[in-house]
Design a protein around this ligand. Structure first.
Ligand code: C5P
Length: 398
């Protein structure tokens, strides 16, 4: 099913470009919204008019429209797409993509795209076999590109070997299967996110710097993987995108605990990324507290949601927690993992730069209850969320 999927088709200058017309037609037939990007050289092999007619959208080649100067924004194109397919991908474009060269609209869009990338190489057998091309393909795989392997057979040069672009119907099928892979379909997952606010008086509270970005990214990735998500969040300024996410806004740890305990019973698992306050004022003052020199605020411990869920968890449910430590990170995380009955704990250290509160990146280690530890590099929170979802999927398959 590609109904309503937004797909960019990038065409580069190879003879297989004539087959891209069939790909575009097939995608449109399946209900996708298609926009075509071409390199200058691709225009020598197939006309923009053909692809504009089939895609029902103007084809973009330049950074701007030479007739009226209208700007073709690679950033908004990259953000618009649910998938970006480059077919055919020449050795030249593969090399540029692998090395971050950005000298045409197709390449700048590739660098801006946040969606899955699909690459269907097409070239002569020796070019494909060459170690430079293979090295570049390796780099693209590392950058999470899906490579649709060329097939073997007669090539335009008259030679016979591996380098023919995969058939259009097979390329479309590959896209369809990959985009519709929903390993968490049928699962209901509780996610806690953001900070909690513990009221002192009508205008003041105890809070923390959590932005909710990590939890929201996890919610989006779980929903993308097919899960029904219930996101219980403290006060944050973020918005959710996916209709499969039900958002419940709470303010205090007590409220988060009440809602989460109720919901967890009907869930297949929970991911607790909220930065829950550990203490709340013992007394809530109905009137704003007046300045009175020194003052003491009496605090009480808030409910530990993770511990409560850990106690009620059955063997079919999974529970994932977070640990944010400033010292003795691994040891503290291991203890939390046991005490709260987590299946695994995601450890982020405050010592690392560009991690944790507010920023868009994070660096995590995952510690499993069987002692297995996985160390990850610094990534965007969206990528980190995908790593966490992948970990949950493999847990489910065990
Ligand atoms: O004990 P600590 O707060 O460091 O534990 C962190 C983990 O426990 C996180 O997953 C957090 O969401 C969860 N937690 C909770 N309720 C609390 C405190 C922490 O669910 N009151």
């Amino acid at each position: 099913m590609l109904q309503n999927k937004k797909i960019i088709v990038g065409v580069t200058g190879g003879i297989a470009a004539y087959k891209t017309a069939y790909i575009v037609r097939e995608l449109v037939k399946k209900g996708a919204e298609v926009k075509v990007l071409m390199t200058e050289k691709a225009k020598e092999f197939i006309t923009p008019l053909t692809l504009a007619t089939l895609s029902k959208n103007p084809v973009c080649v330049d950074f701007f429209d030479p007739t009226n100067g209208a700007w073709n924004s690679h950033v908004s194109l990259g953000l618009w797409a649910d998938a970006f397919l480059i077919a055919p991908a020449t050795a030249n474009t593969l090399a540029k993509m692998a090395n971050g060269v950005a000298d045409n609209l197709l390449l700048t869009t590739y660098l801006s795209a946040k969606c899955p990338i699909f690459v269907a190489p097409a070239m002569d057998l020796d070019m494909f076999k060459h170690s430079a091309t293979q090295h570049n393909l390796g780099l693209l795989r590392k950058n999470n590109c899906h490579i649709i392997e060329p097939t073997s057979g007669e090539l335009a040069s008259g030679l016979d070997g591996k380098g023919r672009m995969e058939e259009p119907s097979k390329i479309v099928e590959f896209l369809e299967n990959t985009l519709n892979k929903q390993p968490l379909k049928g699962k209901k997952i509780l996610i806690t996110a953001g900070p909690t606010y513990e009221k002192i008086d009508p205008v003041r509270f105890i809070g923390n710097y959590s932005s909710g970005k990590m939890g929201f990214a996890i919610a989006e990735k779980c929903a993308e993987a097919g899960a029904k998500v219930i996101l219980v969040t403290g006060p944050v300024s973020l918005k959710i995108q996916n209709p499969n996410i039900q958002r419940i806004d709470i303010e205090s740890a007590k409220e988060m605990n009440e809602v989460s305990c109720k919901i967890f019973a009907e869930c297949d698992g929970a991911i607790l990324s909220a930065a829950v306050a550990d203490f709340s004022p013992k007394i809530f003052e109905n009137e704003k507290i007046k300045k009175k020199g020194e003052m003491t605020l009496e605090l009480q411990q808030t409910p530990d949601i993770a511990e409560n869920l850990g106690k009620s968890k059955n063997e079919k449910q999974f529970l994932v927690g977070f640990a944010l430590e400033t010292n003795d990170e691994e040891n503290n995380a291991q203890q939390k993992l046991k005490r709260k009955n987590f299946d695994f704990i995601v450890l982020n250290s405050m010592r690392e730069e560009n991690t944790c509160f507010g920023v868009d990146t994070n660096k995590i280690n995952i510690i499993h209850k069987n002692g297995e530890i996985k160390n990850f590099t610094l990534k965007t929170k969206t990528e980190v969320a995908q790593d966490i979802v992948d970990e949950i999927v493999s847990l489910q398959q065990k």
